[in-house]
Design a protein around this ligand. Structure first.
Ligand SMILES: *Cc1c(COP(=O)(O)O)cnc(C)c1O
Length: 383
């Protein structure tokens, strides 16, 4: 019935929470909107893989057989499985030095599918206050009791563990390794030390923004911090730096078996197209060698962070995701507008996505961006 949602939509618009889908044209590191071409500073394509026609051409040149299929026609539990899946899972288990890996259709499928399958009535879930919406939805779907600890505050986490440990058989602690709004890092070594003191803990780490980008061979913060063997569930997405689609969990073999039997988002959804999995495998086979890209990304990120820190005192972020704090929503939107006019596309992040008075422009850099471009951007910021 027409008009049914009018009031609800009006409310969204007046509260400033209205969202819409933009009409964008993509060209490597640039986006064009309404005829204006801008450098994309809001992309998750952190290694610039979308600006690499050479990689795509090399992929297509060797593509053939079943790998070329654009659809899988069913779940992997029925007839949708194919060699590319097993190749990629084998590669991941080997790269991480762990027993097993399992591929999901997306990070959202994974985070909503894993916890409901692994947790039981004796499980407590404790998550960092800033974890991604897909993790929250997974916790809700699991129906398990749930506590949140203050962002990156391991003392608060420990207090919760101490208070609750006698009432549960397992406590699953869920964090991201690199947080997408502030670009800051979880203390993975500290979490592993806590797990040693409280063996009731199991660690679930989402590397969505770190895979490909961090670690000597691009395997994320677990590699950078040397915690690959202590983290029970290492998860991440292929949709960001890997330039593909899908997600992985790296874990023990029995965990994988249980997920294959119990995880509804894996069992009841058509598997990814083989071509997409083959592309992920192709990129993952080259990710270790992309050290120059990682170094360039680290270098341009350091320039932007330092310029902001020099002006404001405090170092923003510890990564390639760099927030520029503005404070209130209106001037933040204005700054984003003026950057767009100057050819830089960066989205304003406002309350209620972030706490009140912390509206910011979120710069998410890529190795395709060069020093000259970052310097031009810095000159446009009200520092
Ligand atoms: C983007 C993201 C996801 C979702 O991954 P998709 O593959 O895009 O569904 C999950 N967790 C975190 C932390 C993310 O940033």
């Amino acid at each position: 019935m027409k008009g049914r949602y009018k009031e609800e939509m009006a409310e969204l618009q007046t509260s400033g929470a209205w969202r819409s889908i933009r009409g964008l044209v993509h060209e490597g590191k640039y986006v064009t909107e309404g005829g204006v071409r801008m450098l994309n500073l809001s992309s998750n394509d952190y290694l610039g893989i979308m600006s690499r026609p050479d990689m795509l051409e090399a992929f297509y040149a060797q593509l053939g057989g079943e790998d070329a299929l654009l659809g899988s026609s069913s779940s992997r539990l029925l007839t949708g499985n194919c060699a590319a899946y097993e190749r990629l899972e084998h590669r991941l288990a080997q790269l991480f030095g762990r027993e097993a890996a399992l591929i999901y259709n997306s990070g959202y499928h994974l985070n909503t599918g894993v916890l409901p399958a692994l947790s039981d009535e004796h499980t407590l879930v404790v998550a960092d206050r800033l974890v991604h919406a897909s993790i929250i939805d997974g916790i809700r779907l699991s129906g398990r009791p749930f506590e949140r600890f203050r962002h990156n505050d391991l003392e608060h986490l420990e207090r919760i563990i101490r208070k609750k440990q006698d009432a549960y058989a397992r406590i699953i602690v869920m964090v991201e390794s690199l947080y997408s709004m502030d670009g800051d890092l979880a203390d993975l070594r500290g979490l592993c030390a806590l797990k040693e003191r409280y063996p009731i803990i199991e660690l679930y780490v989402d590397e969505a923004h770190a895979i490909g980008v961090r670690g000597g061979t691009g395997l994320g913060m677990v590699e950078e911090t040397g915690t690959t063997r202590q983290i029970d569930y290492i998860v991440g997405t292929f949709g960001k730096a890997i330039g593909s689609m899908g997600a992985y969990i790296v874990c023990d073999a029995d965990v994988r078996e249980l997920l294959v039997n119990r995880s509804r988002s894996l069992i009841f959804s058509t598997a990814l197209p083989p071509v997409s999995v083959a592309w992920t495998d192709f990129v993952m086979s080259r990710i270790a060698a992309m050290t120059a890209e990682r170094a360039r990304l680290a270098a341009v990120s350091a320039i932007l962070r330092k310029a902001i820190a020099d002006a404001g005192g405090e170092m923003p972020s510890e990564s390639h995701i760099v927030p520029f704090m503005v404070g209130e929503n209106a001037p933040c939107i204005e700054l984003a507008e003026s950057l767009r006019r100057a050819g830089f596309f960066a989205l304003p992040i406002r309350h209620p996505t972030v706490p009140e008075h912390t509206a910011r422009i979120r710069f998410s850099l890529s190795s395709a961006i060069d020093e000259e471009e970052v310097c031009r951007l810095i000159n446009l910021l009200p520092l």
